[in-house]
Design a protein around this ligand. Structure first.
Ligand SMILES: [Zn+2]
Ligand SMILES: [Zn+2]
Length: 300
């Protein structure tokens, strides 16, 4: 497809203010130099999107002008800008939603996720992907194999959070890990922990249906957070995907000596970190354990 075959306008879901989404007709953007235009096929709805919808802000990021939500996206390249291989038109791609500057100290150090000049989809003032077309830097549109569906491809962005977190937690074959929170990020973290070879993957939550989902998605042990989850157990690593201060305290207390704590969840501005005390826990039972698929039991 050439740019001239593109429609003039597209439908876009626009957040006007907290609680007010509307469908609008906007001009189809044209890819600039080094960019591709993606016809969006699937967009995940992140907790941050829901937060912007409900509250109109996340911390210092405030919706002051109409904002397009959605940063977990996949689609098909519909056009390319100057300097991009025209052979990419038609390719199915997953979109990396954050464009770092590439020039600052953090970027140069390989930590481009920390770039202070990051431009991230669906974060004011950058529009997101709940639109029929979006432009993105060509190197942030990743080609997909046919085996990965559009919906699965949209979930690569949250999956990457689990990959990063379990890498920070240094999970490897035989590791034991405690994961607090069985929302989508907790679940992808459990799945990646399993893929990295962790043999004990305990997940805590307060909701029984989420614990059941954890058991279907990599957890070997599901624990009700209300029960003082980690009491008596000891883990190589703790990954918080809840943001709940009580879960963070319990998780750190459940670490073995030299254990690693990784905080992923967004909680209050300040939390209290407990003084770690050695030698109270025992190693939890290792995988394989029998898990009843679909069970709502909190242990397997
Ligand atoms: Zn997200
Ligand atoms: Zn940078």
């Amino acid at each position: 497809m050439t740019a001239s075959a593109l429609p003039e306008t597209m439908r876009v879901s626009v957040l006007r203010e907290a609680g007010q989404l509307e469908l609008a007709d906007w001009p189809v953007p044209r890819p600039g130099p080094g960019e591709v235009l993606v016809a969006v096929r699937s967009v995940g709805v992140c907790g941050s999107d829901v937060h912007y919808f409900q509250h109109g802000r996340i911390g210092d990021f405030v919706v002051r002008a109409p904002l397009v939500l959605g940063h977990e996206a996949a689609g098909r390249i519909a056009a390319v800008g100057a300097g991009v291989d025209a052979g990419r038109v038609g390719a199915r791609v997953a979109i990396e939603p954050g464009a770092a500057c590439g020039a600052c100290g953090e970027c140069k150090a390989g930590r481009y996720n920390l770039c202070p000049d990051m431009r991230f989809f669906a974060t004011p003032p950058v529009d997101g992907a709940l639109a029929e077309y979006v432009t993105v830097r060509a190197d942030l549109a990743f080609d997909l194999p046919d085996a990965v569906s559009d919906d699965d491809a949209a979930l690569l962005e949250p999956l990457s959070v689990g990959i990063w977190a379990t890498g920070k937690a240094q999970l490897t074959a035989g590791s034991s890990v405690l994961i607090a929170g069985a929302g989508p990020i907790g679940l992808v973290t459990a799945q990646v922990a399993r893929a990295r070879g962790a043999t004990t993957i305990a997940v805590t939550d307060i909701a029984a249906h989420r614990l059941a989902a954890a058991l279907r998605n990599g957890a070997t042990l599901a624990l009700d957070a209300g029960d003082g989850p980690a009491a008596g157990l000891e883990f190589d690593a703790f990954v918080d995907c809840s943001g709940a201060p009580s879960a963070i305290s319990a998780g750190i207390a459940a670490l073995r000596p030299a254990g690693r704590a990784v905080l992923v969840g967004m909680g209050p501005d300040e939390i209290t970190v407990p003084r770690w005390q050695p030698g109270t826990g025992s190693r939890p039972p290792a995988f394989p354990r029998r898990c009843r698929p679909g069970s709502t039991a909190t242990r397997c």
